[in-house]
Design a protein around this ligand. Structure first.
Ligand code: SAH
Length: 354
């Protein structure tokens, strides 16, 4: 990437500062911000109410992040769409578009690759390449909106990457996404999922945003969690629970625990009892995800009756449970597999020719 600033990563305030310093009045920044974040226009030529001098300034001083569509898979079963996007530096990321009764949702990636190393996850197989800029995360949503023509009301930061490992950019992304001068999405419609970087959960609680925090728990004892999630070596489950408590108390938002059910690893009746005991004091919602098999790993899903029994056990304790709908079953397997396969087959990280 060149050293020119990514224009879509500038908040309205920053853009106003830049333009003012160059002698443009503040209202020009609002106009420009609208073109970029409401009308989703990339080409300064199309920004008809901007003076030629400003268009010139934009071209000379900024980078205009665009995502190249490398692959697009559309599920015939439920309309889920998976996208593999190419970034300007040749890296690739995955995003998913999903239709729900309550609206359309996009699952965005927050990093190129991931360094958290969860044993069952395909996104981490090739390590972390770099953080995504706020404008690049926004552009995942904008590009999908342009391609599908569908309005997007919900965002889950659950694609490739650990969002709290890219904290500053994540926060800026959230602020810009919910800015009334931009997409004006409701914070309540945004979920951020973390493997449990405890100090960052406290930081996020201090921001007092009304987003939903999802903690990837996946095990009820530290010993077991360490076997599948390296982050458990750094922070104990008790520390994660205390951080979630603070998050709940500060924001009033109930946290979600994500729990990937893995056959013979974490799917016993005892696991369910222990999980209920962790969730109850926090009134946490539990999202069960039958593990998506990744070919490099040998984890298997429990059968459907075992999943139902696990759910019933939690519900008996009054826990609010959902089983993640398996969307797009016909188009791809686990998160991060599209990108991983692309890296394997192309022998490099980027789209051909870059
Ligand atoms: N780094 C963040 C967000 C990324 S993944 C986090 O750890 O929460 C979003 C969710 O999918 C996480 O709960 C993650 O543990 C889970 N996940 C990843 N790979 C999976 C797989 N193969 N099967 C089921 N769930 C998976």
């Amino acid at each position: 990437m060149s050293d020119r600033k990514d224009i879509k990563s500038l908040t309205l305030e920053e853009m106003t500062g830049d333009l003012k310093a160059a002698g443009f009045p503040a209202f020009r920044a609002r106009q420009l911000y609208r073109w970029l974040h409401v009308r989703l226009t990339d080409d300064p030529e199309e920004m008809t109410d901007l003076p030629a001098k400003l268009k010139e300034f934009i071209r000379a001083h900024y980078e205009m992040t665009k995502l190249e569509v490398i692959d697009r898979q559309i599920s015939k079963l439920d309309g889920t769409q998976k996208f593999l996007f190419g970034l300007p530096d040749g890296e690739t990321i995955e995003s998913v578009f999903m239709k729900y009764k309550f609206g359309n949702s996009v699952c965005v990636s927050s990093q190129v690759g991931c360094r958290m190393g969860c044993r069952f996850c395909a996104s981490t197989l090739d390590g972390l390449k770099r953080n995504l800029l706020p404008g690049e995360i926004l552009e995942e949503i904008y590009t999908i909106h342009r391609l599908t023509g569908e309005k997007i009301s919900h965002i889950v930061v659950m694609g490739t990457g650990e969002p709290l490992d890219n904290y500053e950019n994540l926060l800026k992304f959230l602020r810009m996404l919910t800015d009334e001068n931009g997409q004006n999405l409701s914070m309540r419609n945004v979920t951020v999922s973390t493997c449990g970087i405890v100090p960052r959960i406290y930081d996020l609680a201090k921001e007092n945003l009304s987003i939903t925090l999802a903690l990837s728990l996946h095990a009820t004892t530290d010993e077991k969690r360490k076997k599948i999630m390296p982050i458990a070596e750094r922070y104990t489950i008790a520390e994660c629970m205390a951080a979630c408590r603070t998050y709940f108390d500060k924001t009033g938002r109930r946290v979600t625990f994500e729990y990937s059910l893995i056959r013979d690893v974490n799917d016993s009746a005892r696991d369910a009892e222990e999980l209920a005991a962790l969730a109850r004091p926090l009134s946490a919602h539990i999202n069960l995800i039958p593990v998506n098999p990744v070919k490099e790993r040998n984890f298997e899903q429990p059968d459907l009756t075992a999943v139902q029994a696990f759910r019933a056990k939690l519900e008996k304790h009054g826990i609010n449970v959902s089983i993640r709908r398996v969307l797009g079953r016909d188009i791809d397997g686990a998160c991060g597999q599209l990108r991983h396969r692309h890296i394997e087959t192309s022998g490099k990280n980027g789209p051909a020719g870059t």
